[in-house]
Ligand binder design. Sequence first.
Ligand SMILES: Cc1ncc(COP(=O)(O)O)c(C=O)c1O
Length: 385
Amino acid sequence: MKQFDTELHKLKNKKLLRKLTCIKASHGSKISIDGQSYIDFSSNDYLALSNHPGIVRAAAAALTKYGFGSGASRLLSGTYLPHVKLEERIVKFKKTEAALVFNTGYAANTGIIPVIAGADAVIFSDELNHASIVDGVRLSKADVKVYRHRDVNYLESLLKKSLDRKTTRRRLVITDTVFSMDGDIAPLKDLLSLCDRYDAVLMIDDAHGTGVLGKTGRGGLEHFGIRADNIIQMGTLSKAAGCYGAFVAGNKDLIELLINRARSFIYSTSLPPAVCEAGIKAIDIIDKRSTRSRERLWKNRGRLYDGLENMGFDTLDSETPIIPILTGDVKKALKIGRYLYENKIFSPAIRPPTVPEGKCRIRFTVTAGHTDEEIDLVLEVLKKY
Ligand SMILES: Cc1ncc(COP(=O)(O)O)c(C=O)c1O
C-alpha cells in the first residue's frame, strides 16, 4: 500500500529500517542462522537457563498434563494451578505479601501503571526507562515529569514543585533497576528516600535485575539491601529466568486491585500452564542453585568489560552484563554490527527509537554460558576492526 511504502522508504533512507533474523537452532551461547553458527551476544538469557534440562522437563510434564493453550483469560477459566503456584513461588522469592503474573513484561507495565496512577496523578519517570513503561505512562493519562537519567537532585526539584499545587495528587516514581540499553543501575536507595520524603510511591522494573543482581539473585532491592514492603516490584521471567512471562510483587491490596482493573491482565488469554511450570522451576533454580552461574556471569562480564575498556570503547556507565559500545552515528553502528556478523558474532546495531538519536550502539549482553574463548574472540575481532 502506498502510504506504508512511503513510510518504509523514509525509514530506509534514514538507515532505520529493521529486518528480522531467523534463528534455526540455539544452544547456550551458540545460535544457527542460515546454516552458520554464531556466538550470541544479544540475548538476555543471563544465567543460560533457557536450555536447562530441568526447566524443559517441567514444561514437558505440564504439556502432557494440561495441553498447550490455557483457553481463556485469568478471570474466566484461564487460572490453572500452575498460575497460582507460580505466584506463590514469586511471593517467596521476592519476599512480598502477594504477586500477580502477567503474560509479558510489556503487558505488565502497560497494565499496572494506569491502575496505580490515574489521570489525577503525577508520574516521575527516568528518561531512559523502558518503552513499556513509557507506554504504560501514556495510557495512564497522568501528568508526566520525565527526569534526567538517574539524576536524584533533578528528581527532587520536580517532586518539590509538585508539592506547590494545592490539590493532593498521587505521586509515583518509576524506574528500571538495570537500564536495558545502558546497563547501569538506578540509585534505588536515594529514590526510595526521596519517595518517603515527598510522599510518593516507588515502582521498579526489575526485568534485568531479577536473577542477576543481589547475592541470591533476588534483584535490585537485594543489591542495595533494601527491605520495603511498599515498593511495587515488577519483574520478568523472560530474561535471567530463561522462560517467558512477567509479574508484579507487592502488597495484597495492590494485587487485588490489579486483578480487577489491569486491562492487559483482564482482557488477555492467560499464559499456557506449561510456561508457568517452567517459570516455577526457573525460580527454584535461581533461588537455590544459581550462585555458581551468577559468579560465572559476573566473571564473564568483567572479562568483556575490561577488554572493551582497555581498547578505549565508550561503554557508557555500564555496571552489569549489559555492556554497550557507543558509536553515536547510525552508519557506524551498522558497520560494526555487520563486521561482527561477518566474524560469526551476533550483536546487531541498536538504533532509534530503541535509543535516542545520536546514541546508536552495539549492545553486548554477556551470559554465564559464554566461554573465556568466546569472549576473547569478540575482543580479538574488535581489535582488528
Ligand atoms: C526494562 C524492561 N522492562 C520490560 C521489558 C519487557 O519485557 P518482556 O520482554 O517480557 O515483554 C523489557 C524487555 O525487553 C525490559 O528490558
